[in-house]
Structure formats: C-alpha cells, structure tokens
Ligand binder design. Structure first.
Ligand SMILES: Nc1ncnc2c1ncn2[C@@H]1O[C@H](COP(=O)(O)OP(=O)(O)OP(=O)(O)O)[C@@H](O)[C@H]1O
Length: 285
C-alpha cells in the first residue's frame, strides 16, 4: 500500500477570471521509505507540489494522503528542507536545531536534549561549528544545518525542495552523498525535487518527471535499479547508469518539445475591431 499519495489532485492559483492551473488530476504514489526524485522544468509546479505534500496548500480537488489519512496541517511529521535554508540568522547552529527540538519534544530533559542535538550536528559533519551563526557558514554548511534541523524533528516524510541547487558542483555532490549516507542509516520516505537528471539517478529509487505547466501532471516513471551504495566515481563508467541518464534526459527533452509545439499551435483570440475607413477628402485653401 502506498504511504504518500497524491490522488487525482488539481490545484491552481488566482481567481477564476485569471486562473493559472498548476496541476490537473495529478496522481503520485510513494512507498514507505522509498526515495523518489521529482524532476521538472522551471515553473512546472515543483515547489507547489512540496506545499501540497507538506499541507501548506490544499488541493482544489482530489486528495493528498499520508499513511492513508488526508495530509492535514503542516507539522513535524512532514519535514521540509528548502533551497534557501530558512534558518534563523540570530541563532547559532546549536540554537537553530535546539529551537526545533524544543518545539517538537518539549518534554525532553536538558541533558538528553544536549546529546540529541549534538548527534544531529555530528551526523551532518558540523562538529566544531556549534556556536557559529548561519552568516558565518558556507552555503553547503547552511544546507547541512537545515538538513540536521529537519532530521532532528524526526519527520515521517522528508520533503527536499531543490535543497542543493544553490550550491557549487563540488559541494553539491558531497551533500548528495551525505544525504544518501544518512538516509541509508535512518530510512524514511523522501520526495526530493530536483532539476538535475544526474542528481536524480545517483540518489533516487525512482524518478518521476513532472510535465511542463500549465496543468502539469506526472509523466512516465523511471525505476533506478542501480545497487547501493552508489559510487559516483565508478557510476560514470556503468552502462546501466549512462543508459538511464540518457533515457531520462531524452524524455525530458521530448516533454519540452511537445509543450513548445502545443503552445505554438494555440490560436490567440484577436480583438473584434472594425477597420478605420478614410473619411471624405478635405482640402484646405
Ligand atoms: N502564489 C502564487 N500566485 C500565483 N501564481 C503562482 C503562485 N505561486 C506559484 N505560481 C505559479 O504557479 C506555477 C508553478 O510555480 P512553482 O513555484 O510551483 O514552480 P517551480 O517548478 O517550483 O518553479 P521554479 O523551478 O522556477 O522554482 C508558476 O507558473 C508560478 O508562476
């Protein structure tokens, strides 16, 4: 039975007179502890999908379910890591995690809480930076902190909204490996939004493309049957990896071409204006 479900979901922004339909009857099923990468073009609805899964937005029709129940309000059962970190700049690394932990586990004793927070700081390799403020951290360290803070509230579903796209290529690949290392030790259901095919193939169990908007839906899925742990150095020479990467890339290109073809054949309504006719000639003496 699927754990996380988007069941025939339609959702749009704006009033009826000027509406933008983001999703039309979109359906997605994710198994418990599965790692799914949703890949899509800019503006296709990736962040909106995260908002719907997190309960920040409610569908116009259809239903979002977790464990068979409607998703409900945002809460610690759904942990979101955003692209832009969303850290409190006046709190240290320790303080940012502590705030979240205190909110979700108010009864945890002081000593236990200290060890608990340190465990998550160590997990994301931020040991030694406990008392630094977010402004004193690199982009990669800030995203590690975001991840630690979200993991520390023990969400059942982890929603990663393009968490690595603001990082340089080297830091990005390091963090991809770290996220997978952490997920392999402490499995949970993950939906990661990405616009990077390689990232999706290296990290996910399954890749689900989002068709270009408006009225996006989910396209053909790709299972990633590469054995774990995946070593990026050897993957580059793995024919299965290369084949899958090409398949996904070609499919995304074909989705884009189809969307462009459709938008160029749409007939634009022209205003119904009577042509101006010249009046009688007037001669000026
Ligand atoms: N609050 C809003 N009001 C009106 N339209 C919105 C709102 N938020 C998003 N949209 C529109 O909905 C569509 C999907 O937006 P969304 O941010 O989910 O896309 P995305 O795939 O995450 O884009 P990107 O990759 O560029 O961040 C876009 O066309 C966007 O303009």
């Amino acid at each position: 039975m699927p754990y996380l479900e988007l069941d025939n979901v339609s959702f749009g922004f704006g009033p009826m007179s000027n509406r933008y339909e983001v999703f039309e009857q979109a359906t997605l099923s994710v198994e418990q502890n599965e790692f799914v990468a949703v890949i899509g073009f800019s503006g296709s609805g990736k962040s909106t999908l995260v908002s719907l899964l997190a309960g920040l937005e409610q569908p116009d029709s259809g239903e979002v379910r977790i464990g068979g129940k409607p998703v409900g309000e945002p809460g610690p059962d759904k942990g979101v890591v955003f692209q832009n970190y969303s850290l409190l700049p006046w709190l240290s690394v320790y303080g940012n995690i502590e705030l979240a932990v205190k909110q979700v586990f108010p009864k945890m004793g002081r000593d236990e809480r200290k060890d608990y927070i340190q465990h998550y700081i160590d997990m994301v390799s931020l040991s030694g930076s406990e008392w630094k403020l977010p402004g004193e951290l690199s982009g990669g360290m800030r995203q590690r902190l975001s991840l630690a803070r979200t993991l520390a509230i023990k969400p059942e579903v982890l929603l990663l909204d393009e968490p690595l796209s603001a990082l340089d290529a080297l830091t990005r690949s390091q963090l991809q490996d770290e996220i997978i290392r952490i997920w392999e030790v402490d499995r949970r259901t993950v939906v990661m939004i990405t616009n990077d095919v390689d990232e999706a193939v290296i990290m996910a169990d399954r890749i689900v493309p989002l068709t270009p908007g408006p009225s996006a839906t989910f396209g053909r899925e790709f299972a990633v049957d590469l054995a774990r742990p995946r070593d990026r150095a050897t993957l580059n020479f793995n024919p299965e990896f290369k084949h899958l990467r090409n398949q996904v890339t070609n499919y995304m290109v074909s989705l884009d071409q189809e969307a462009r073809r459709l938008s160029s054949t749409v007939e634009l309504p022209l205003p119904d204006i009577q042509p101006v006719r010249p009046g009688p000639q007037v001669s000026i003496a």
